[in-house]
Write a protein that binds this ligand. Structure first.
Ligand SMILES: [Zn+2]
Length: 86
């Protein structure tokens, strides 16, 4: 039982992936897919607070009308005039 697993692991390096065939999607099918997967328009929510620098939605800082994410803030804080006290 156990030996079978080990053999499988050793085989993995040599084994080649089967060539995937290109999936041809019809024009109407693609359009239908896009039509049904449009992001919902929202009145409020996390997705509306977007970082104008990178487009991220997490760690958003809106204080002092910064409107950037926390990661971008770390990069540009010195240029904006913020000082690290301590
Ligand atoms: Zn950002």
């Amino acid at each position: 039982m156990g030996s079978g697993r080990i053999r499988h692991k050793a085989k993995r390096g040599r084994m080649k992936r089967p060539v995937q065939e290109k999936i041809i999607v019809g024009k109407t099918k693609l359009q239908r897919f896009l039509r049904h997967n449009v992001p919902k328009k929202r009145a409020f929510g996390q997705r509306l607070t977007i970082c104008f620098r990178c487009g991220g939605t997490r760690r958003h800082i809106s204080k002092y009308n910064l409107n950037i994410c926390g990661r971008c803030f770390r990069e540009v804080a010195k240029e904006l005039g913020f000082k690290k006290l301590r």
